[in-house]
Write a protein that binds this ligand. Structure first.
Ligand code: SAM
Length: 271
């Protein structure tokens, strides 16, 4: 008999947390399209357990799903979720995607939400995914692609042009182009031994009341703000202040600053 959710139990309440919007929106796209026939699955870069636990539960009893990540603290959080919900078909391994501790052909599904394509050793990790998949096994990878936050990067370009800062404009171009497109991701997968079966895209939008709301949002500080400062260079404070004025002008005209994020899930088969 499973213990019911107890709203007065501190640990149950602690686990009743929302996914960060960023993870959940890309993960929802993955969950909408991932094949559910798998019995042995791996979630690479599972962090604190997403989509590992969600997918393991949807695969149901009889399936086994392992989450792998080098991040010990996130894994201990995932371990509590596995124990408390509980999700007995999920297990955890601490490791590096570039040297997977599994035999060839162990899995019939490998997933990675906002993971493998961003690893420092992405190509080697993709080859490892291919190796641990059985022939015909499916790799499902979800990520944001080039074009994300276009309104912000366009406004930054306007600011940098006005300042005549060509070096910063070059850094901005590199920063924007560095993010893959659906096409470059598909090509990368092909060179690592996969046949791309399908790509599914979705655009989501994040709306902010003002530049201050955007710049102080916890996830913007965690994932993005340092990158914007690096683009701006030595005069980052002044550039970001100008960027804020530019974005606030948009908010005044349109009611909000709207940052769109194109997402893709790529389904590829191990050849
Ligand atoms: C953006 S987070 C995504 C986490 C989770 N999948 C989610 O959707 O919330 C990227 C994850 O990849 C993990 N990671 C980074 N390098 C890795 C590697 N070489 N092998 C495996 N995981 C790695 C990080 O520790 C982190 O948990």
């Amino acid at each position: 008999m499973l213990e019911p959710f107890n709203a007065a139990h501190p640990e149950h309440v602690a686990l009743f947390d929302e996914m960060p919007l960023w993870s959940s929106q890309a993960g929802a796209l993955l969950l909408d399209h991932v094949p559910l026939t798998a019995r042995r699955a791996l979630d690479l870069g599972c962090g604190a357990g997403f989509p590992l636990l969600e997918l393991a539960e949807r695969l149901g009893p009889g399936a086994q799903m392992i989450g792998l990540d080098p991040w010990a603290q996130a894994l201990s959080r995932a371990a509590r979720k596995i124990a408390v919900w509980p999700v007995p078909q999920a297990a955890l391994v601490r490791g590096d995607g570039a040297v997977l501790p599994f035999r060839d052909g162990t899995f019939d599904l490998v997933t990675s939400n906002l993971g493998v394509n961003n690893f420092s050793n992405a190509a080697q990790a993709l080859r490892e995914c291919r190796r641990v998949l059985s022939p015909g096994g499916v790799f499902a990878m979800s990520t944001n692609v080039a074009g994300h936050f276009a309104a912000l990067y366009d406004a930054l370009e306007t600011v940098l042009r006005r300042r005549g800062d060509d070096a910063a404009l070059a850094r901005l171009r590199d920063h924007v182009q560095h993010r893959g497109s659906v096409g470059t991701i598909a090509t990368h997968l092909q060179t690592c031994g996969f046949r791309v079966q399908a790509t599914r895209t979705r655009e989501v939008a994040w709306r902010f009341q003002s530049a201050q709301a955007l710049f102080t949002h916890h996830f913007m500080r965690l994932g993005f703000r340092d990158g914007w400062r690096e683009i701006a260079g030595a005069d980052a404070d002044a550039v970001l202040a100008e960027l804020a004025r530019e974005l606030d002008a948009h908010a005044a005209a349109e009611g909000a600053i709207t940052l769109t994020v194109p997402l893709v899930v790529v389904l590829a088969q191990a050849e």
